[in-house]
Design a binder for this molecule. Structure first.
Ligand code: ZN
Length: 162
């Protein structure tokens, strides 16, 4: 059963309030996380508490429980040199999802406008303002290793690799 210090892997589908599929893990590795260490949206983590391998469930999170409301003052002009190398493109087009380096680490942003030497990007999380329904299937549950507890995150498939 999932409890504090469990390492959990699960597959998921995320849909918006209209039922449109936004993201899923099927077709790739399941997502791995360390339960009880703030590595997961708190409302999703509460729903996972006590579940076992093979359990399937759905949970709907309003924007406050998920990625917050959209902020309208969130468009920033940046230099393309701040784009994370792995997501650098030869041509940026509006609507493109890229990652930029910030003081708090890499962050997903959406290109609003591409100039010759600047990019206008929307720093709202792509799921901001959305009510999200997660359809979850628990794949594995195990106890965390000492190393994982020390690092505060899960290692291995779907987790962190050092
Ligand atoms: Zn680690």
């Amino acid at each position: 059963m999932i409890k504090a210090d469990s390492v959990v892997t699960f597959h998921y589908r995320v849909s918006d309030a209209d039922g449109a599929l936004l993201e899923e893990s099927y077709g790739g590795d399941p997502l791995a996380y360390l339960h009880g260490h703030n590595g997961m949206l708190p409302a999703l983590e509460s729903a996972l508490e006590g579940k076992s391998v093979g359990d399937e469930f759905e949970v709907t999170l309003d924007p406050e429980q998920a990625y917050g409301q959209r902020r309208e003052d969130s468009v920033q002009r940046i230099s393309p040199k701040h784009v994370v190398p792995a997501s650098r493109k030869s041509k940026y087009t509006p609507g493109m999802l890229i990652q930029v380096n910030t003081a708090e680490g890499p962050r997903d942003v959406i290109v609003v406008k591409a100039g010759l030497k600047t990019l206008d990007v929307d720093t709202n999380h792509p799921f901001a303002g959305k009510t999200l329904t997660f359809a979850v299937k628990i794949e594995t549950v195990r106890e965390a290793t000492e190393e994982e507890l020390a690092h505060g995150h899960a290692h291995g498939v779907g987790g962190h690799h050092h």
